[in-house]
Design a protein. Structure first.
Length: 368
């Protein structure tokens, strides 16, 4: 029942269902338009991520790193750096849900700032998630849709990661070095055998994403592993995201059969730059996962869509699912005004969006 409730209250899924139902009045979906490679890849990714979350790998890393922090700047840098790295492998959602409560517990204990550090953790998770094909679900769609090779994907993501980290490092220079007591390491142990096995499955999944093997096999292995470790892991998977992907494939299959809409969208993505801005802007109002699926069906400018969708995750609360989770997690664990947090978080998010939009534009223009 909890799983069904979580699916039913997912706002993005609700909107997806609504527009999908409306589209059915105009056309009937074609089975061939449903990208099952993307669906199975996302399902495998979500399963593996939940296994890692169950094994508390990220919790242990967070406590180990923060045990060496002796001032506020170093603490913020360590948490944000861990958010970037965790976002690469575990995705921005799990990263935000894990690291933000850990930081806020420390912040409340020693009366440390909460708004800027939590915002930077969320931004770091988004930046890290853009670096890998599995960090963001829509990256998996891009790899599948355009048959992108690993080399080509990292040619896009490495420059974006480097420039984003440089900008973030400049931000850290303005954080004061207020001394804090050294954090005690919590007695959490990693179960090494299942962790190693999960990592092997993760590597298996990597080959599946890039079609070296059929993705259905990593999915089956991941599900079997989850059931073997603890069947309740399967209850934690974001099934609403899978349904959102499915709904948008159906919706786009329908609208592709309506000439007027097809012509309108083609007019919006007629060039690399227009595709970039269409993806970035549409992400602000419909989130970057459905935006990527929609724009991706009507353009061949893969790099522009990659940059636009990942940068579009900044800005509004619905730019990415991770943004909504940051707000939700802060509301649950933060001790300062929720209104104050939302206002300052929004300002910083849109500042980041503007800066990174310029960065992405430069990467496209100068072919870096």
């Amino acid at each position: 029942m909890t799983v069904l409730k979580n699916i039913a209250k997912d706002r993005i899924l609700q909107i997806t269902v609504l527009i999908t139902v409306i589209s059915l009045f105009f056309a009937r979906p074609r089975f061939a338009d449903i990208n099952f490679h993307t669906l199975w890849s996302v399902a495998a990714m979500l399963t593996i991520i939940q296994i890692y979350a169950y094994l508390h790998v990220l919790d242990v890393l967070a406590y180990k790193l923060t045990s060496i922090a002796d001032n506020t700047r170093k603490l913020n840098m360590l948490f944000t750096a861990l958010a970037v790295i965790a976002g690469m492998f575990l995705g921005n959602d799990i990263t935000a849900l894990t690291l933000i409560p850990l930081y806020l517990n420390i912040a409340k204990r020693y009366k440390l700032p909460q708004i800027l550090p939590v915002t930077l953790i969320g931004m770091g998770a988004n930046i890290g998630a853009a670096f890998t094909p599995w960090g963001n679900p829509h990256n998996i769609f891009l790899v599948s849709r355009y048959n992108v090779s690993p080399l080509k994907f990292f040619e896009w993501s490495v420059p974006y990661l480097i420039l984003s980290l440089i900008i973030m490092l400049l931000v850290f220079l303005f954080i004061p070095k207020k001394e804090i007591p050294t954090q005690k390491t919590e007695p959490i142990r990693i179960s090494w055998r299942p962790t190693i096995i999960t990592t092997i499955v993760f590597i298996f999944f990597f080959f599946g994403v890039f079609r070296a093997i059929d993705i259905i096999w990593p999915l089956i292995v991941a599900i079997v592993l989850a059931l073997a470790i603890n069947p309740r892991i399967m209850l934690k998977i974001d099934y609403a995201l899978l349904l959102t992907f499915t709904g948008f494939f159906i919706f786009i299959s329908d609208i592709q059969q309506i000439p007027a809409i097809v012509n309108l969208i083609h007019d919006m993505v007629y060039s690399e730059i227009s595709t970039y801005f269409a993806s970035t802007i549409s992400s602000q109002v419909m989130s970057n996962v459905p935006s990527t699926i929609l724009v991706g069906k009507f353009t061949n400018y893969a790099q522009a869509l990659f940059l636009g969708s990942n940068i579009g995750g900044f800005g509004s609360a619905i730019g990415s699912m991770a943004n909504m989770l940051v707000l939700k997690t802060f509301n649950q664990h933060g001790s300062v005004s929720k209104k104050k947090f939302f206002i300052q978080w929004t300002i910083m998010q849109f500042a980041g969006l503007i800066i990174l939009t310029i960065v992405g534009l430069g990467l496209l223009i100068f072919r870096i």
